[in-house]
Design a protein around this ligand. Structure first.
Ligand SMILES: *[C@@H]1O[C@H](CO)[C@@H](O)[C@H](O)[C@H]1NC(C)=O
Length: 278
């Protein structure tokens, strides 16, 4: 699903970019690069490309540190696990966990039957969640090769997923860790990963859901869809508590740090900010 419509960036944002000075231009990939992440320490950048490789860049020296060429298809997502190891997912249905300095994957996760659109480590870095065009969400552990859980309740391709900001090592340590997934079947589903089961199906959108985001306290989930609606769900009650109708398809939603505003970007070149004090 890497043939996405072009991204629509609001012209409002351009002046901010223009104040940035070019530090270094990093050249190594032989195809479009569609995924890019900083490690926590900030010394490495990780890029994943249609050319089937991932590259770790040494930012200080402005050069590639290592190129990883394990996949046989385009990379669709990359995710750091800690400061020097990361996972990559691909249209070849595979996930590899790699470490800077190692010439072989430290772990291979095989089991998806179609392109893997997104991967995310849980806040503690012990579990990896993946979602695929095969309509499943799978949970992987570094302790085993086969998946820990195989969630099969979605009926169409799954575009993205997010962990709640809760559990050990987060700002909400006493709250239950949850996983949310957004699908072309127009639903968002909440998973209890500990028990390995569906907690809630959030039904309310009428078109594919492209983006989801938990509020900083984990109590709410924002979802943006091709149906032009931004919905805010109460996680506990699995109900819509607020709906904002836009006039274009929504490709990304995000909360501010305080959790009182949500921004959404639209296919009609707009970025909107909504007041979320409920
Ligand atoms: C990564 O590096 C940062 C800064 O050096 C450090 O604070 C953090 O604990 C490291 N994270 C891990 C998972 O090792």
């Amino acid at each position: 699903m890497y043939k996405l419509p072009p991204l629509f960036v609001s012209f409002f944002l351009l002046p901010t970019f223009l104040t940035g000075e070019l530090i270094s231009a990093l050249n190594k990939h032989k195809g479009p690069i569609i995924s890019l992440k900083w490690n926590k320490k900030g010394d490495y950048l990780l890029s994943g490309s249609i050319d089937t490789t991932a590259v770790v860049w040494n930012v200080k020296f402005g050069e590639s540190k290592q190129q990883f060429d394990f996949h046989s298809g385009p990379l669709l997502d990359v995710a750091w696990r800690n400061n020097d190891s990361f996972a990559t997912s691909s249209a070849d249905n595979m996930i590899y966990v790699c470490k800077v300095g190692e010439n072989k994957p430290v772990k291979t996760f095989s089991g998806h039957q179609n392109e893997i659109n997104a991967i995310k480590w849980d806040p503690s870095g012990s579990l990896l969640a993946s979602c695929s065009d095969d309509t499943t969400v799978k949970i992987w552990s570094m302790k085993q090769d086969v998946y820990l859980h195989d969630f099969r309740e979605h009926r169409k391709e799954i575009h993205t997923l997010k962990w709640s900001p809760s559990g050990a090592g987060t700002s909400n340590p006493n709250n239950q860790l949850l996983l949310a997934s957004a699908s072309f079947d127009s639903t968002v589903k909440l998973w209890d990963v500990e028990l390995g089961r569906l907690l809630h199906s959030l039904n309310g959108h009428r078109e594919p859901v492209y983006s989801i985001a938990f509020s900083p306290n984990g109590e709410y989930l924002a979802s943006g869809s091709l149906d032009k609606c931004l919905n805010i769900w109460s996680v506990k009650e699995a109900k819509i508590v607020k709906t904002c109708n836009g006039d274009g398809c929504i490709f990304e939603v995000c909360w501010n740090k305080e959790g009182n505003k949500v921004a959404a970007c639209f296919a009609n070149k707009k970025v909107c900010v909504y007041d979320m004090r409920l």
